[in-house]
Design a protein. Structure first.
Length: 452
C-alpha cells in the first residue's frame, strides 16, 4: 500500500484508540505524571495533599478519577487573583516543568475576563503537532497541499501555535490570519492556489458573501477541497455544514473542545478523539463534578489530563464544554471515541427552568437560511444563567425578504424553537449586515445589563 493511502498517520497508536490496550498505556503514563507533579511542583502537591492522595494511591484510571479533584475556570481565576493578576506566577504554579523550559506562550480569548495561558515547551510542541498531523491525515491533507491559516494569530492557541503545528502534516502553511481581513484571505487563497482553509465556521460563511466583490466570483471557484473549522459552534450543525459544503464545493471538518476531528460520514457523527495516548478524557457531572460513566451516549463535562504535558498541562482540567460521547464504532469505520458539543457552561441559559445553549439556537436559525443571514444575538437584560422570559433574539433577515413576510417567518422560527428547544423567543428583526461580523469567535450573547 502507498504510504499516503494508509488509514492513519500513526498506525500503531491510532489503531488501538478507545481500547483496553490503550487504557493500559494511559495508566502507565498517568502514574509517571502524578509522581512527577507531586515531587516537582508545590502547587499540584498541595492540591493532592489537600485531597488526601499520594502517587501510590493511583493504581487504576478509576482511582485517578475519584481521588484527584477537578481544576476548573473558577479555581484558575481564584489562583490568578491570589497571584495578584501576575500571569507569570500563575504559569509557574500550574506548569509541570521549570519556567525556563518554556519556548512559546499562547492564550484563549478570555471570555471570563482573564485569558487562560497555554505555555509550551519543545516537547509540548512535538506531541501537539503530532495530534494536529493525525487530524490532517484523516481529512486527506498531504504534503503538497497548501493551507491558508485564517484563525486569529495574535496570542490565540489556534493562531501562531496551530500554524506551527500544522507544518507537521507536510503541507505548506500560509499564516494569513483573521487579522488580514476578508480581501487578503480570499486573494491569498486565489494567488497561491491554496486548497485547504482553516478558520472559524462564521468566517468561512462571511467569505461566501465577500468573494464576489473581492474576486469577481464565488468561493466555489477557489479550488478549496477541505474546510478545517473550529473555535465556535457551527461546523457540527447540519444546516451550516450544508451551506458551507455546497458553497465551497469542499468537505467540512469540525474540530474543537479537545483533540478531535469529524469524519466524512454523510450524517454528522461528532468528532473522533485522535489522542488517547497523549490526552486522557473523562466525563463528570457539570454541577457536582462526580464521575460520569464513560459509555455510549453519556453526557457530561469533559475533563482532560495531558499525559505528556510539560508547559501545556491539563491535570483533570475542564475547559467548560458540555459534550455527549459515543464509544460504539463509527459507521465511517475510523477509530477513536466520538463527541458532540452540546454547549458551554459559560453560555448556559435557563428559561423557565429549561436549559438552553446558544449553539442549539444557532442550529435552529441556520435552518432558515437564506430567509435569514444566519447572524443573530441573544439579548440579556440580566446576568445569566437565569433569563426572564421571553428569550429575546435579534435576527438578521435575508436579502430580498419583504417586511410583510417577517411576521410569518418569525412565527415559523418561534414554532421550530418551541418544538426543538421547548422555548418560545421574542424576535426583533434586523436588516442584513446590521450585526457586527467577527473575524475570530462569534459572540452570540449581547449583554445589555453591562451597558446600563
Amino acid at each position: 500500500m502507498n504510504v499516503s493511502e494508509r488509514a492513519y498517520r500513526n498506525m500503531e497508536m491510532e489503531s488501538i484508540l478507545n481500547t483496553q490496550e490503550m487504557k493500559g498505556i494511559q495508566l502507565e503514563k498517568l502514574k509517571r505524571l502524578v509522581s512527577r507533579l507531586y515531587e516537582g511542583k508545590p502547587f499540584w502537591r498541595e492540591r493532592m495533599d489537600k485531597a488526601g492522595v499520594s502517587p501510590g494511591d493511583i493504581r487504576t484510571l478509576g482511582d485517578f478519577g475519584r481521588r484527584i479533584p477537578v481544576f476548573d475556570k473558577t479555581q484558575r481565576r481564584k489562583l490568578t487573583e491570589d497571584c495578584g493578576m501576575d500571569m507569570s506566577r500563575v504559569v509557574d504554579c500550574t506548569i509541570g516543568v521549570p519556567m525556563e523550559n518554556l519556548v512559546m506562550m499562547a492564550a484563549t480569548s478570555g471570555t471570563t475576563g482573564e485569558p487562560t495561558p497555554y505555555p509550551m515547551t519543545r516537547r509540548d510542541i512535538e506531541w501537539l503537532s503530532e495530534n494536529i498531523a493525525r487530524m490532517h491525515w484523516r481529512i486527506g491533507v498531504r504534503p503538497g497541499d497548501r493551507i491558508v491559516h485564517a484563525f486569529g494569530l495574535s496570542m490565540w492557541l489556534a493562531g501562531v501555535p496551530y500554524a506551527q503545528f500544522s507544518q507537521r502534516s507536510g503541507a505548506c502553511v500560509l499564516p494569513v490570519g483573521a487579522e488580514g481581513g476578508t480581501d487578503r484571505i480570499l486573494k491569498f487563497i486565489s494567488l497561491f492556489k491554496a486548497n485547504v482553509l482553516a478558520c472559524t465556521p462564521s468566517l468561512a460563511e462571511h467569505l461566501i458573501t465577500k468573494a464576489p466583490e473581492a474576486l469577481g466570483h464565488g468561493v466555489g471557484e477557489l479550488g478549496i477541497k477541505r474546510l478545517f473549522c473550529g473555535g465556535e459552534p457551527g461546523a457540527g450543525i447540519p444546516e451550516v455544514r450544508r451551506n458551507l459544503e455546497t458553497s465551497y464545493g469542499a468537505r467540512l471538518s469540525d474540530h474543537g473542545a479537545g483533540f478531535g476531528i469529524s469524519c466524512d460520514h454523510p450524517e454528522y457523527q461528532g468528532m473522533h478523539h485522535v489522542a488517547d495516548d497523549t490526552v486522557l478524557c473523562e466525563l463528570v457531572d457539570p454541577e457536582t463534578y462526580e464521575p460520569v460513566r464513560f459509555e455510549d451516549g453519556a453526557k457530561g463535562l469533559p475533563v482532560f489530563t495531558t499525559l505528556e504535558g510539560e508547559g501545556f498541562l491539563w491535570f483533570r482540567e475542564t475547559i467548560g464544554d458540555v459534550c455527549q460521547v459515543f464509544t460504539e464504532p463509527c459507521p465511517c469505520g475510523a477509530t477513536g471515541f466520538r463527541y458532540k458539543i452540546i454547549g458551554r457552561t459559560d453560555d448556559m441559559l435557563k428559561v423557565k427552568g429549561i436549559i438552553v445553549y446558544p449553539a442549539a439556537i444557532d442550529g435552529v436559525i441556520a435552518g432558515f437560511i437564506p430567509r435569514v443571514t444566519g447572524e443573530f444575538r441573544i439579548v440579556l437584560t440580566e446576568p445569566p444563567p437565569r433569563v426572564v422570559p421571553p428569550l429575546k433574539l435579534r435576527i438578521e433577515h435575508g436579502e430580498g425578504v419583504e417586511a410583510a413576510d417577517l411576521p410569518g417567518l418569525a412565527r415559523e422560527i418561534e414554532e421550530k424553537m418551541k418544538n426543538r428547544l421547548k422555548v418560545t423567543p421574542l424576535i426583533q428583526w434586523l436588516s442584513p449586515g446590521a450585526l457586527e461580523r467577527s473575524m475570530n469567535k462569534t459572540r452570540f450573547i449581547e449583554k445589555i445589563y453591562e451597558k446600563k
